[in-house]
Design a protein around this ligand. Structure first.
Ligand code: TMP
Length: 204
């Protein structure tokens, strides 16, 4: 693939969307061909699946069903958007990717990690990020930034969100070349500066 694939990961309220958008604007202003996506979503079907996944009314979704829904949205995004963009040499920035499923449905809900990896290879057509920024901050600090009306995943217990964070830390320890941990600071410009330094060092 000619392009570069950068993903952002993190627990709730870590400022991931803000930071990934800031990076997108920065690279775009440099004149680079860059696209910005979020998961689940980014395609018509993916946005519909997102609604199902985040709807508080859907109280009985099993861990495996949840995992497949995230994977289904991902498969569509990869084939319709990510793969063609990378082939054209674009930089793709994606707010969440397969690591989210490993952390949230695997380490968080207990779905089998090996199964997630196996299905993940199919859904992603084996496309892996060149760089993954894991924005880390204590769970309680992140949950403070939650929206007033929590969605189905956000409203899970503190213990669940702690498992998700521990999962991310495990993933980062296993793949230190790809996954870089960035400690979130109060000052969002400081966090962004760390991210840009990593992108410039590892991607370009
Ligand atoms: P967002 O809040 O970053 O937009 O992500 C939507 C929610 O979906 C968030 O609570 C994390 C969750 N999620 C998973 O549980 N598994 C996944 O594979 C993905 C992509 C997101």
């Amino acid at each position: 693939m000619k392009g570069k694939f950068i993903t952002f990961e993190g627990s709730e309220g870590c400022g991931k969307s803000t930071q990934s958008r800031l990076l997108y604007e920065y690279l775009k202003n440099k004149g680079l061909k860059v696209i910005y996506l979020r998961e689940p979503g980014g395609t018509a079907v993916g946005e519909k699946i997102r609604k199902i996944l985040l709807d508080n009314g859907n109280t009985v979704i099993s861990a495996i069903c949840e995992m497949f829904l995230y994977m289904a949205a991902r498969a569509q995004l990869v084939s319709a958007v990510i793969k063609p963009a990378l082939k054209k040499g674009k930089i793709v920035i994606c707010d969440r990717f397969l690591d989210s499923t490993l952390a949230y449905q695997g380490y968080g809900l207990g779905a089998d990690i090996k199964v997630i990896r196996y299905i993940g290879r199919i859904a992603t057509e084996n496309i892996q990020p060149d760089l993954t920024i894991f924005l880390d901050l204590p769970i309680k600090d992140g949950l403070k930034h939650r929206r007033l009306k929590e969605d189905r995943i956000e409203s899970r217990s503190l213990r669940y969100h702690r498992r998700v964070r521990q999962g991310y830390l495990l993933l980062a320890a296993k793949e230190p070349r790809r996954i870089k941990i960035v400690k979130v600071s109060q000052d969002k410009d400081k966090t962004q500066a760390k991210i840009r330094a990593l992108v410039e060092h590892y991607v370009f």
